[in-house]
Design a protein around this ligand. Sequence first.
Ligand code: CAA
Ligand code: NAD
Length: 284
Amino acid sequence: MSIRRITVIGAGQMGGGIAQVGAQAGYEVTLHDMNAKALAQGMEAIHKRLTRAVEKGKMNIEARDATLERLTSSPDLTEAAQEADIVIEAIVENMEVKTEIFRNLDVICPAHTILASNTSSLPITEIAASTKRPERVIGMHFMNPVPVMKLVEVIRGLATTDEVYHTVEMLAKQMQKEPVEVNDFPGFVSNRVLMPMINEAIYTVYEGVATPEAVDQVMKLGMNHPMGPLTLADFIGLDTCLYIMETLYEGFGDSKYRPCPLLRKYVKAGWLGKKSGRGFYVYD
Ligand code: CAA
Ligand code: NAD
């Protein structure tokens, strides 16, 4: 199956990045968000990133303008998705909210449309079961920041067909990404390995072992991580980190995945990290 039109749902940090790399790869992309302000900010951020790439000499003006011409936005879900060959969902990491949007997309989209989720941790099989087309539902998990990171985890649900898998694998390659196939288990590979490390780093702060700055220095200087785990947690979003830990905790029923109480407290306070201006650090 060939893909021409992509609809991205959710104009936050991930959806904006996915829409950008899709348009850069030559696809017609429509970005949708239920929040008009978030949609406008998402489009503005793409514009700024492409303009910065021109200023840095990494892209010419013609390529930027052609990319922007392929990119449209709509606050109306039906208008955004009714002609899509593939929809890539990148909204909040919550099963109820995601299954509701998949149920709606199943009604709105043509029969051939692939419904993909950028979920960090939630079971694809369960998301697929909320539709009447589970064979056309798949996980397409990009990494943050999308324009920079090479990996896309591709996750089949129980019913996902080979045709859908290969179409998505090809799409990821067209977007200059490296697809890696993983099975449908909570957190897949990326967040099953990464998020317990971040959660443990939060425990070291919670238990007074070290300050956030010290924890980050240890992991940057000692392990050559590009960002310390607490800076990374703020960058990902502390709400997303908590949702992922809860999925691991519930999914495996193992106390080793218990979310740190300090993480819960910060999320309850609205300290969501960089996107809200405050997390383990304070941002302008
Ligand atoms: N969006 C787009 N591009 C960005 C960006 C952003 N938010 N932040 C940085 N960049 C780009 C810069 O424009 C720059 O591009 P050029 O080389 O083309 O000029 C490049 O990245 C390097 O940027 P900087 O020199 O400013 O900064 P840096 O060298 O410190 O790199 C970083 C920034 C790439 C983010 C680096 O710190 C890094 O790799 N951090 C770790 C990121 C990571 O682990 N991501 C995975 C998170 S987990 C996940 O995504 C899965 C999940 O489900 C939660
Ligand atoms: P975000 O908070 O930056 O953006 C989410 C956007 O979705 C918001 O603009 C919000 O208005 C919109 N939204 C929420 N519910 C909606 C609905 N019903 N319909 C339309 N729009 C809706 O979140 P994010 O960091 O971009 O994460 C999005 C998804 O990507 C999550 O599933 C997350 O787990 C996953 N993910 C995140 C990262 C990361 O590092 N942040 C990395 C990989 C995957």
